[in-house]
Structure formats: C-alpha cells, structure tokens
Design a protein around this ligand. Structure first.
Ligand code: GSH
Length: 249
C-alpha cells in the first residue's frame, strides 16, 4: 500500500514501540510511504476526542491509520507494520510464532505489571500511602518474576528471540528502559542489563525514542518534565473523564 501512514502517538513506552518500529524499518532500507505523526496530548485529555476515538476505541495511544485500516493497541500495530513491510523484524513461518509469544508476553504480562507498578509509584497521588502497600508489593514482585523470565530467555542470546532484533525486542525495550521512573530494579538481572545496552545504542531505536521528546531530553527527562509527567499521570490514573461520561448515561 502506498498510502501515507498516520501515527497518533505521544512520548510514552507504548507510543515509542511504533516510532522505533518505523525507524528500524527505515534502518533496514525498507521503503515506507510518508509518515504523518500526530501528537495526542494525553495529559490534557486529547485521547478522549471524537477524532482520536475513531482511531482508537480504547482512547489510548498509539493509533495507526493506513488507507482503510484503523488500528489501536501497540502490539497489533507492530504486527501490522511487520506484515505490511516484510523484514527480519517480523520473521515468517515457525519463527513468527516464536516472536509472537514474546510479543504477547509483553502485552499481557510485562506491560501491565510495569505500568501498574509505575502508576502506584508515581501517579496515585490521591490514594493514601497505606492503601498502596499491597499493590506496590504485588506489582513489584510480579515485575521481578517477569524480569527473571526475561533474563533466563536472554541467556546466550543477543536479542529476545535469538540473533535477530525483532518486534518482541521493540515491544519490551521501552518498559525496561524506564525502570528508574517505575522504580523496578533491573540491575539484579545481568542479561537484561546487557541487552538493554545493546538495544539502546541502535540508531533506529535512538531516532524512535526522539519522537515527541523535548530537544536534549531524548535520553533523560529534565526535572521539569518529570514534574509534568507526574501530575499528568495522576490525571490519567484517576480515569476521571471516562468515569464522568459513564455516569451521564
Ligand atoms: N495496551 C495498550 C496500552 C496503551 C496505553 O496505555 N497508552 C497510554 C500511554 S502509554 C495512554 O494512552 N494513556 C492515556 C490514558 O490512560 O488516558 C497498547 O499497548 O497500546
């Protein structure tokens, strides 16, 4: 398909998955149509607009429009781009299913566990401290268990599924990279640490992470940006907009 791609995104782990994919495809020399990047300000509620809801029924970024195709869910978008623009990022045959199980492991395990740990660590400002103890303990323990699984999988491998960098690495990396923000200690897992460094220095990954980042903050947020994300995250964690529109029914 030669129609342009429209990527609806924001500088967050799920958004970066798709921008990294686009840049890794370019890095492999794959000819892509033009890509229009539309930034959705999720801190001010743009994800609830009618125009974005028509792309992502779940009202969360990222979203992708390509011709008649409208897609939500970052891992579905990675699969779509992988199939539409064939490359080693999304192998065929039995190898595809090997990659898909790790992609799904990210979507159903690592992402939600890290995301919930992050939410209770940084964003649940209105929840009394004593009520956070259980979820923090639970999501930290589950994240550590998932890290042990990943560390074992990476033993003797360059990337999650072997010698080739794939969409499984792309999906997992942004969450691991943000470990200081979620306060999940990855330093106990040597294979994960070494893999993170290998992935971090890839030119496609660097360019993908720069989408939506403030100039000079591609690697590290400033204190001001951290404050902005902490307060914006609290707004999202409250689910206020959804709760309000629901109660009107
Ligand atoms: N499972 C979804 C998760 C998407 C998601 O949680 N996106 C966040 C940013 S990382 C978002 O849009 N949050 C806005 C909100 O919760 O209102 C995916 O993988 O695409």
């Amino acid at each position: 398909m030669t129609q342009p791609l429209a990527l609806w995104t924001a500088p967050t782990p799920n958004g970066w998955k798709v921008s990294i994919m686009i840049e890794e495809l370019r890095e492999l020399g794959i000819a892509l149509p033009s890509v229009e990047v539309i930034t959705v300000d999720i801190m001010s509620g743009e994800q609830f607009s009618d125009v974005f809801s028509a792309v992502s029924a779940n009202q969360k970024i990222p979203g992708l429009v390509h011709g008649d195709i409208r897609l939500m869910e970052s891992c579905a978008i990675l699969q779509y781009l992988g199939e539409e623009f064939p490359s080693s990022l999304y192998p065929s045959g039995a190898d595809r299913y090997y990659v898909l199980q790790w992609l799904t492991w990210q979507a159903a395990g690592l992402g939600p566990s890290f995301g919930n740990k992050l939410s209770y660590t940084r964003y649940m400002a209105d929840v009394p401290e004593e009520q956070k103890v259980h979820p923090l303990t639970r999501f930290n323990a589950e994240s550590q268990r998932l890290l042990r699984v990943l560390d074992k999988q990476l033993e003797g491998k360059r990337f999650v599924c072997g010698e080739d960098f794939t969409i499984a690495d792309i999906a997992i990396f942004p969450w691991i990279r943000g470990y200081k923000w979620s306060k999940i200690d990855i330093t106990l897992h040597p294979n994960v640490l070494a893999w993170k460094e290998r992935v971090r220095h890839r030119p496609g990954v660097k360019r993908g992470l720069a989408y939506g980042a403030k100039l000079g903050e591609e690697e590290q947020w400033s204190e001001e940006t951290k404050r902005k994300y902490a307060s914006g995250g609290s707004f999202m964690a409250s689910n206020q907009t959804i709760a309000e529109s629901h109660s009107e029914e």
